[in-house]
Structures are given as structure tokens and as C-alpha cells.
Design a protein around this ligand. Structure first.
Ligand code: NAD
Length: 266
């Protein structure tokens, strides 16, 4: 084993297909982001757990380190460029590099189209779409400097491939993420940076808690899901593990739908 690998093993451990990789996951204090952070850490990556609450990021990190993984909490509002730059700098300072970015942070706001406030549009676009742009730019600049390539995985939604009522800003932001994924895939390929998106269907998280607590809504969802169950964060984390791995080296600019078959009805 070469000295570089020996150092890597000492720093990151030798187990798991992500050993030696450094990942940043945004919106990782709970829900899908937390599931992704736990899965990447279990696969051996050192994970920067980022979200708007440092305390809650720290709790996720504690969970990871208790099971022998490596994690570091960073508070970052993805819609603020200075905070995003600080997040990437903190990752490099702590773990030396950035190999994987998962743009997971997102918000959902319900408003009928005719009554939608400008503020609703702006906040949804700022977090979901601009956040994806800012984090990707900052992380990709670092990956390009490293010269060893990287993987960016954007969490969009089946709402970005079709549309659901009362959430026009969300639909548009998620469609925007799909377009941005393709633009980034084109422009970053020469730096060996792959950019892909995952489009979840209905996943059981704090974002969908109220909807799923309403039995009628839940049954309505289930009628549309051929696989017959609501998804869990691990369903999305498994897809991230694939797209962030070496096995996905020739995949870029795609959208992987993880929805139990819901999109087949849309
Ligand atoms: P969630 O609300 O549980 O988690 C979203 C996280 O993003 C939260 O921890 C929140 O603090 C964080 N966040 C919000 N604004 C932020 C900001 N400005 N900066 C940094 N972090 C911020 O929701 P979730 O269901 O886990 O959603 C995760 C992602 O998956 C989102 O992008 C969401 O749109 C997408 N998604 C979810 C579902 C679903 O059914 N749950 C379906 C499709 C897509």
C-alpha cells in the first residue's frame, strides 16, 4: 500500500466504497439530508453535515461519530453566497478536500397560483434553485482546483418533471434544478465532475409530515404509487450512494427518478 493510501486509511478508515472521499450534504439536520449524510458516512466518507441549525447538525455528527464515522457540522444558509463559500472552506480546512456535494436543502410553500406572494416565489427560488447554484459553484471550483474530479448530486423532485397544484414556485424551482444539472454537466465534464439529479416521489420526512398525517391525503398518494408504499430517506440515500460512486463515472446530466413508480401516472 502506498504512503498516500496509508495516510488516507489513517484519516478516513479503510471500510466502505466511499473511504477517502469528502462529502458535503446541505439541509442535513433531518429528513432526506440526514439519511444521505448517515449513508455516506457508513460507506466511509468524511461528511460535512450542513444546515441552518448548527446544534442539530452537531446531533447528526454525534450519531455518525458514535458509529465510527467521520463528520463535521457547519451552519450554512445555502442562499447566502458568503456562507456557502465559508462552508466549502470549512470542509477543506477540516478534511483537506471536497469530492462529493449533495444539494439537498429545500423548502416547500403552498399557495394558490393567483394569490402567490412575490416573497414566496423569491424565498423558494433562493433556497431551492439559487442555493443549488451557489453550492455547486463553490464546491466545483474546489474540485477543479484539486484536479481529481468529483460528483455533484442535486435533489430535485417529480414536481420538477411534472407539476402539482398550489406549489407553482416549488415546481418551477425543481424544474430549474433539472435544467441547471444539465448545464453544469456540460460545463464541468472537462474537470471530470459529474452532475446528476435525483427526483424523489413522496418520502416520509418532516417536510411531508402534515400531509402524511392526513389519512385521506396519504391514501391518495398511495393510490398513485405502484410500489404501494411511501418512500423513506434511505431510498434516496441509496440512489445518492450510486451516483456519487465510481460506478457512476460515465453518468452525467441525468435525472434518476426514485418514486415507487408514481411518475408512470403523470
Ligand atoms: P425537510 O424539510 O425535512 O429537510 C429540508 C432541510 O433543508 C431542512 O433540514 C432545512 O433546515 C434545510 N433548509 C431549508 N432552508 C435552508 C437553507 N436556506 N439553507 C440550508 N438548509 C436549508 O425536507 P426533506 O423532505 O428531507 O427534503 C429534502 C429535499 O428533498 C428537499 O430539496 C425537498 O424538496 C426534496 N424532496 C422531498 C420530497 C419528500 O417527499 N419529502 C419529495 C421530493 C423532493
Amino acid at each position: 500500500m502506498g504512503i498516500r493510501n496509508k495516510i488516507k486509511e489513517k484519516l478516513f478508515g479503510s471500510k466502505g466504497k466511499m473511504a477517502g472521499r469528502v462529502a458535503i450534504v446541505t439541509g442535513a439536520r433531518r429528513g432526506i439530508g440526514k439519511g444521505i449524510a448517515l449513508a455516506l458516512a457508513k460507506a466511509g466518507a468524511a461528511v460535512v453535515v450542513s444546515d441552518i441549525s448548527l446544534e442539530e447538525c452537531q446531533l447528526v455528527c454525534n450519531e455518525i461519530t458514535k458509529s465510527g464515522g467521520k463528520a463535521f457540522p457547519v451552519r450554512c444558509d445555502v442562499s447566502v453566497s458568503a456562507e456557502v463559500r465559508q462552508m466549502v472552506d470549512a470542509a477543506v480546512k477540516k478534511f483537506g478536500r471536497v469530492d462529493i456535494l449533495v444539494n439537498n436543502a429545500g423548502i416547500l410553500r403552498f399557495e394558490p397560483f393567483l394569490d402567490m406572494k412575490e416573497e414566496t416565489w423569491d424565498s423558494v427560488m433562493n433556497v431551492n434553485l439559487k442555493g443549488c447554484l451557489l453550492c455547486s459553484q463553490a464546491a466545483a471550483r474546489q474540485m477543479a482546483r484539486q484536479g481529481t474530479g468529483g460528483k455533484i448530486v442535486n435533489i430535485t423532485s417529480i414536481a420538477g418533471l411534472s407539476a402539482f397544484p398550489q406549489i407553482a414556485a416549488y415546481n418551477a424551482s425543481k424544474a430549474g434544478i433539472i435544467s441547471l444539472t444539465k448545464s453544469m454537466a456540460l460545463e464541468l465534464a472537462s474537470d471530470k465532475i459529474n452532475v446528476n439529479a435525483i427526483a424523489p416521489g413522496a418520502i416520509d420526512t418532516p417536510m411531508t409530515k402534515d400531509m402524511l398525517a392526513d389519512e385521506q391525503t396519504k391514501q391518495g398518494f398511495l393510490r398513485n404509487i405502484p410500489r404501494g408504499r411511501i418512500g423513506v430517506p434511505a431510498d434516496i440515500a441509496n440512489a445518492v450512494l450510486f451516483l456519487a460512486s465510481d460506478e457512476a463515472d460515465y453518468i452525467t446530466g441525468t435525472v434518476l427518478v426514485v418514486d415507487g413508480g408514481w411518475i408512470c401516472h403523470l
